[in-house]
Design a protein around this ligand. Sequence first.
Ligand code: CP
Length: 332
Amino acid sequence: MNFLRTNDLLRGELEAILEDAMRFKKGGEPGKPLAGSSVGLVFFNPSLRTRTSMQIAINDLGGNPVVLEPGGNAWAVEYRDGAVMDGDKAEHLKEFIGVLEQYVSAIGVRTFAQLNNWEEEMLDPVLSAIEKIAAKPVINLESAMHHPCQSLADAMTIREKFGEAKKKVLLTWAWHPKPLPMAVPNSFALAAAQFGHDLTIARPEGFDLDAELMDEIAEQANLNGGSLSVTDDPDAAYEGAQVVYAKSWGSSANYGNPEREVREREKYRGKWIVDEAKMANTDDAIFMHCLPVRRNVVVTDGVIDSPSSVVLQQAVNRLHVAKAILARVVNR
Ligand code: CP
């Protein structure tokens, strides 16, 4: 069993993961389901929360985490089929995964979007290639398009705060000095829809999430008793919100042209920030962000340091969700 995207799982399966995670957090014994197993954690990109929570979770479950950084403590890896490997990549993904899975029981992979070619990256190329090659379970630790471990920790945090009732949830784009990948907003919106919340996505014109994914989010909202709306008004969007989730992402139209993107987004600086005035228009909303976050750029100190902020609770929940996912995925 892989864990790649929340919409590969039914709502009941997601609910079961959250229940396990909440039980583990309360001190319920997860046991040692990974005893005698090693899990490979492959980080093509930097991480604090994902790397630490996964390593500790594997260790707590009795397993042995093996962390590899292609191009750092492991050979640089080529993933393209048919590539003539006469550049800086010493090993192909086929051998990298083929060898690694001789040693481990599951493989977690972090592989960010490169923000070069939208048509290619919307297909989640590295994760898709690994999915095809690997015979052992694969866990997505954030790919070009999805970050399901984060979105389940976010769903758990909302549930801890509010219980199971659906909430008015705002996902707001935020200004940031450079374009960032869409994995977190994609997965947050998808999971919010799967859990039946009333979701509003606020973003400037031109910063839509992937059209096919938006169809899926709308379908999931319908199926699960929630709703989806989209606005380009960064102030009105906060009206009555109970959850405010901030994240910046790049425009797909400017993939491969970061200079144009930076020029075009400059007009949103200071306007698309989560501040005290906007939060005052909410229904006493909690503030959420996956972290890392740029203070006084994406969110003011006043908001992130306020009692409304649950960013550290989200980070704590990454550990418990990681255990719940590992216990399900490994050895099945
Ligand atoms: N939120 C998150 O995935 O953090 P890291 O990039 O530090 O793992």
